[in-house]
Design a protein around this ligand. Structure first.
Ligand code: SF4
Ligand code: SF4
Length: 148
């Protein structure tokens, strides 16, 4: 049986491999967001970073992504508390908040199938940001969905 390391090892003590494996690979953090100037309200859009693969939901250039997208955010144990724009379903946010991982998480199921089936990932739901004229027209609510 797999050791559920995230239940016993604090985020800051995880190995790089453990930390990276916590990511469910949903792709939602790769969607463009809009923050209302007046209300500070956060809105997700379905306009995805041009490097996001809408099928696998992964980054097509993950190891060298900062070369191509300097504004891409590295999520770390140090900044996770500040990254309040991450979706509620994000594994890093969940573990940081003491919620644990949901039953569909790939670390528990062995693959992304249950996550896709639960509607958590971006699979088949995005448009490439390079094709978008007005980001405001792309606002969607589903990225805020967290089941469990
Ligand atoms: S560079 Fe890759 S990881 Fe960063 S936002 Fe784009 S698709 Fe996501
Ligand atoms: S939202 Fe969180 S769990 Fe999902 S891909 Fe981004 S970092 Fe990974």
């Amino acid at each position: 049986m797999m050791t559920q390391f995230w239940t016993t090892i604090p985020l800051e003590d995880m190995t790089t491999e453990q930390w990276e494996s916590l990511c469910d690979g949903c792709g939602k953090c790769c969607l463009n967001k809009i923050i209302d100037d007046e209300t500070d309200e956060l809105y997700y859009t379905n306009a995805a970073c041009h490097l996001l693969d809408d099928s696998s939901c992964g980054c097509r250039r993950y190891p060298e992504r900062f070369t191509y997208v300097p504004e891409c955010t590295a999520i770390t144990p140090v900044n996770i508390a500040e990254l309040t724009w991450l979706p509620d379903s994000c594994a890093y946010r969940r573990v940081y908040a003491g919620k644990g991982l949901p039953s569909w998480h790939p670390l528990l199921t062995g693959n992304k199938d249950a996550m896709h089936a639960a509607g958590i990932s971006v699979q088949g739901k995005t448009v490439n940001e390079t094709k978008v004229k007005y980001l405001e027209d792309c606002i969607v609510l589903w990225p805020m969905l967290d089941v469990e």
